[in-house]
Structures are given as structure tokens and as C-alpha cells.
Design a binder for this molecule. Structure first.
Ligand code: ADP
Length: 573
């Protein structure tokens, strides 16, 4: 059976303005949806969301293509055939949209239960396709099926409505639990897909109610798909959904060009041809620029990622090396300690005359052996301490002890050195005895000893004062090693020991570095004194383990310095 053609005067309403709108609504919608569907799918064939999107675009394109056939073909059997698939395709599209939303947001497949439910919803659509429930009358004059089964129509529009609501509630539920970035994606996706479903179904449904002159309404519904695809392309570009930013941009540009290009078919006069040409040229230029900049950005990001990966690897290797180094220092130091202790011990015995009288020359030489071996012992001790700190193996033996005793012992140790250098070494202790403090006696002794040793080392004239006092509150030190004004430590009363000297002083900008491993001030070289730059680093770790603070104060170069430590009287843990 042949329907009257569009050219037939009886068919005037359709013949005049349908084709333009028809091509505008159908062809770009098909092309855009297929483009994005395939782009996404080809980028990652294993992605379920990508596959679902391809199915959505395929079924939509099929629906649209069938719709195009019903409008442009006049073979009634063919029209009858394609018409009968509309309902099933409607239902399939709705179900796929819901499925897609689930997978896009949850990033995994839906449960078996949901699959069964969706399958059951789709079942009637397949079973009833070729029955009279679907189509039972064909209108030859209008060349369209005007009598579709009312149950069938209600069923598929009902499914459309149900899916619309299901997606809406799903989006709301997921939105509540989502993180900030995902929330934005959910809103966008929600708008895109709901707008698509609503426009597609509402227009179809209304058109089916107003059979007369309502054909164009259905066409407008198709723009919903273009909108949905544009939203998806935006999601891809903006949020890297599907990891295909570049392809998203290309798809956008290609669709734009096709849309503009299709205008050429409808341009009726020269002005509109020129205008379309200009728009086309502009779109091409803009598209080229967009794709190029996105490409650059993607390349730069990839480069950055590559560099970050390499950096992470290098970091890893460094960490391993560092651990090996710590281990090596520990082993080497242990091995060195025993022979050097023996050298030091025998030198001391020889100096004391345990092996008989020594000539003056030998005595002098032995004294050098003794002091050098002493320096070596303390260097090895420092190295061992560093490796203990780094491997977290520094052990503390806390006990109640007085700082006064410790300071007096150190005074006795250093007074001779001070005197030979013609320096003064003063002790300032409070009148009321200091309370006992919870501390590792030998480690705090090592720390204060290093302060006094340094003070004598880095001073050219004048001398050193060691002061101990009890204070009600301790200070807090910032990252750079300076006291934070107005902030008090949480550990209550503290004992503070200050070692001040009249030496070379320290420029303010050097202070933050001196507590770092192996770091020494710039001015020390002119004094020609030995040192490793480890003492303060070790001291800081000791103070921190006492919940105490250690810091330096100096008015600047040549203005002397104060090295201060505070230990809480009652430290916790
Ligand atoms: P070392 O004394 O072995 O170099 P330290 O860690 O004890 O290592 O000290 C680090 C650096 O701090 C010293 O090299 C020196 O530059 C600076 N320093 C320490 N004490 C004083 C001081 N009393 N006066 C001036 N500078 C000092």
C-alpha cells in the first residue's frame, strides 16, 4: 500500500514545513548522540557506563531513525513495521537511562535484584510488540498509525514516568551522601537525563493525545537528547568523567560544525548562505583553538603525571638509600667505638703513669692522642644518636633528678678548659633549690654539655654563664625555631637552663637551620674549630622527647648567643 507523498496537495500541511524541522530535529540528534556514544565507548571498551551510554545512543538513534522513516517514507508496510517498535524502544531507553545513572554514580554494576526488576519491566514491551495490543489500525490518509493499543501506550508512558521518578529519587539519595565534586556531577547529570526523559516522553505523550497537527511537538522532544549529550560532553570535559577530556572537546566541536553545516541545506537566499558560511568559519576557528588548547592541557597534565610518578619512584629509592645509610652508620659506628675506646683507655693509663715515667715529648704526644680519641668517641656517639633518632630506636630512661647536680658536674668538667682559654665560666643557681625533674639524666647532660662546649668553642673573648631557674609556664617554639609570643606550653612548670656566651653570635636567618642535621653556621670556619653540626640536631630530639623546648637567642653576629632548654617538671608519658 502506498501513502500519498509529501508532494501530494492533499498532504499540504506536512509538505510545507515538515522537512526543514524534520531534518533539524532528527539528523543532528542522531549524529550527536552516536558521536558521543561511540567516542566514549571506543575510549574505554571495558567501562560499563560507556557501554550503557552507547546502548542509549543506539536505541535513541534507532527510534529517531524509525521516526524519520514514518515521516519521509510512503510505504505503509515499512511504516507499520517500524511503528510497532516505538513502544519497546521507549521502554528500553528509560530502563537504560536508569541503569546508566546507577553505574555512573556508583561506579559499579547494579545488583542482581535490580536487574531482575528492570528485566520484568521490559518484558511486556517485547512480548506485546507484534500483537494487536500494540497497533490495531492504520490510517492511510495521514499515512500514520493512529490506533495504538491504549493499554500498551499507557504501559510505556507509565514506564517512562516511573523511570523519571526512580531516577529523581536515586539522584536525591546519592546527592545527599556524595562528596562536593560528585555533587556537582550529580546535579548536571540529573538535569541532563531528566530533561531528556521529560522532553522526549512529555512531547511524545502530549502528541499522542492531540493527534491532529501535533507532529512537530514530537520533533522538539528530540532536542532533549542533544541537550543530554551536551551535558555529558561537558561532564567529560569539566570533570573528566570517562577520562576523555580531549575526545569530549572534539565531539563538541564536530557536533557544532555539523549543526552549523546543516544550515546550508535550508539557506534560501544569498545572505543566509553568507551568514552560515561566516558562522561555519568562526566555528571551525573556535573549534580548532578549543581542541588545540585542550590537547595542550591534556599533554601537560600527562607530562606532570609522568614526572610525579618518576618523582615518587625517586623518593622511594631515596628513602631506601637513607635507611641503608642509617643502618650503615649504625654498624660502622659500633665497630669503631670499641677500638677507639681502647685507644682512649690506654692513652689515659699511660698518661697517669701506669706503665712507668714518660718523657715530656711522649707525654705531650700522648695528650694529643687522648684528646683526639675523645673527640672521635663523641663524634661516634653523635653519629650513633643520629641513626637511633632516624630509625626511632633512641631509648630514654626517665628518672627523677635535679638539674643543679647536672650543672655542677658539667661546671667541674669545663672549668679547666675555660681557664686555659682565659674565659670566665659563671654559674647562676636560684636560692631555693630547684625541684626534681622527670628526665633521662645522661641525655640531658649530653645536651647541656654540648651547649657549654659550643659556647666555649664559638667565643673569642669574655666567657660563658650557665643559669638554671624554675618557671611557672614553658614556651612554645614554632617551625623555624623561634618562641611563639603569648603561647604557653601545656605541660605546666618547667626548669629552664640558659647557656649564654659573649661569642661570635648568630645572624637571625641562620637560626632555623642550626638544628638541622650536619648544619653549621657560616662564621665557624674562621675560628678553625672542629665540629660536625650534629650536636644541636641530637639535642633537639632529646628535648622533644621530654616534651621540652630548645631554642637559640642572639642579637646577631658578634653579639653573643643564648642557648636555652626548658624541661617540664612533671612530664606526661
Ligand atoms: P658543631 O658544634 O659540631 O658544629 P652543633 O650542632 O653543636 O654542631 O652546632 C651547630 C652550629 O651552631 C655550629 O656549627 C655553629 O655554627 C652554631 N653554634 C652552636 N653554638 C654556638 C654558639 N655558642 N655561638 C655561635 N654559634 C654557635
Amino acid at each position: 500500500m502506498i501513502c500519498p507523498s509529501f508532494a501530494d496537495p492533499k498532504f499540504l500541511i506536512i509538505a510545507t514545513d515538515v522537512p526543514a524541522l524534520l531534518y533539524y530535529s532528527h539528523i543532528p540528534a542522531i549524529i550527536i548522540s552516536l558521536l558521543i556514544g561511540f567516542f566514549v565507548f571506543l575510549k574505554d571498551r571495558s567501562s560499563l557506563a560507556g557501554r550503557l551510554l552507547l546502548f542509549i545512543s543506539l536505541s535513541f538513534s534507532l527510534w529517531t531513525f524509525f521516526s524519520l522513516i514514518t515521516w519521509t517514507n510512503n510505504n505503509s508496510e515499512l511504516i507499520m513495521l517500524v511503528w510497532s517498535f516505538f513502544g519497546a524502544l521507549y521502554v528500553l531507553l528509560c530502563i537504560l537511562s536508569l541503569y546508566f545513572v546507577y553505574v555512573f554514580i556508583d561506579k559499579r554494576d547494579v545488583s542482581f535484584k535490580i536487574k531482575i526488576i528492570l528485566g520484568l519491566i521490559f518484558l511486556p514491551a517485547i512480548i506485546l510488540v507484534s500483537t494487536a495490543f500494540n497497533i490495531f489500525n492504520f490510517n492511510l490518509t495521514l499515512c500514520g498509525v493512529t490506533n495504538e493499543g491504549v493499554y500498551y501506550t499507557n504501559y510505556y508512558y507509565g514506564v517512562g514516568f516511573l523511570m523519571f521518578l526512580w531516577i529523581l529519587f536515586l539522584l536525591i539519595a546519592r546527592y545527599r551522601k556524595a562528596e562536593k565534586e560528585m555533587k556537582k556531577q550529580i546535579i548536571l547529570l540529573g538535569f541532563g537525563i531528566e530533561f531528556f526523559l521529560l522532553s522526549f516522553f512529555a512531547s511524545g505523550y502530549i502528541a499522542s493525545l492531540l493527534t491532529e497537527n501535533s507532529y512537530d511537538l514530537e520533533f522538539y522532544g528530540l532536542f532533549g537528547m542533544t541537550f543530554f549529550m551536551a551535558v555529558l560532553a561537558f561532564l567529560i570535559v569539566k570533570y573528566k568523567a570517562f577520562e576523555i577530556k580531549l575526545i569530549g572537546a572534539q565531539a563538541l566541536v564536530v557536533s557544532l560544525i555539523i549543526l552549523v553545516g546543516s544550515q546550508f541545506f535550508f539557506a534560501k537566499n544569498q545572505t543566509s548562505i553568507i551568514l552560515t558560511g561566516v558562522t561555519m568559519a568562526l566555528s571551525l576557528g573556535f573549534g580548532y583553538y578549543l581542541i588545540r588548547s585542550v590537547k595542550h592541557e591534556v599533554e601537560r597534565k600527562e607530562e606532570l603525571q609522568l614526572m610525579a610518578d618518576k618523582l615518587a619512584q625517586a623518593n622511594d629509592a631515596l628513602r631506601k638509600l637513607d635507611n641503608a645509610k642509617t643502618e650503615f652508620i649504625s654498624i660502622a659506628s659500633h665497630q669503631l667505638r670499641t677500638p677507639i675506646t681502647a685507644i682512649k683507655g690506654f692513652a689515659s693509663l699511660l698518661l697517669e703513669g701506669a706503665y712507668g715515667e714518660l718523657s715530656e715529648g711522649v707525654h705531650g704526644a700522648l695528650e694529643k692522642v687522648y684528646s683526639s680519641s675523645e673527640r672521635l668517641v663523641s663524634l661516634i656517639e653523635d653519629l650513633l644518636n643520629v641513626s637511633r633518632i632516624e630509625s626511632g630506636r633512641m631509648v630514654f630512661a626517665f628518672e627523677k633528678a635535679t638539674v643543679e647536680k647536672l650543672i655542677k658536674e658539667l661546671y667541674d668538667n669545663f672549668i679547666l678548659i675555660a681557664k686555659t682559654k682565659k674565659f670566665y665560666l659563671d654559674l647562676k643557681l636560684p636560692e631555693t633549690p630547684l625541684p626534681e625533674v622527670m628526665m633521662d639524666y645522661s641525655k640531658i647532660r649530653e645536651l647541656v654539655s654540648n651547649f657549654i662546649d659550643n659556647a666555649l668553642k664559638y667565643t673569642e673573648k669574655g666567657g660563658v654563664t650557665v643559669k638554671a631557674e624554675l618557671r611557672d609556664e614553658g614556651v612554645v617554639i614554632d617551625e623555624s625555631g623561634f618562641v611563639i609570643e603569648g603561647k604557653k606550653s601545656e605541660f605546666g612548670k618547667v626548669v629552664r637552663v640558659t647557656v649564654s656566651d659573649t661569642g661570635i653570635g648568630i645572624p637571625r636567618e641562620e637560626i632555623p637551620y642550626l638544628f638541622k642535621k650536619f648544619s653549621r653556621g657560616k662564621d665557624v670556619s674562621r675560628l678553625h674549630v672542629g665540629g660536625t653540626g650534629l650536636g644541636l640536631y641530637v639535642g633537639k630530639a632529646i628535648a622533644e622527647n621530654h616534651h621540652g623546648a630548645v631554642w637559640i637567642e642572639s642579637e646577631g653576629a658578634d653579639k653573643g648567643s643564648r642557648f636555652i632548654i626548658e624541661i617540664p617538671v612533671e612530664h606526661v608519658g
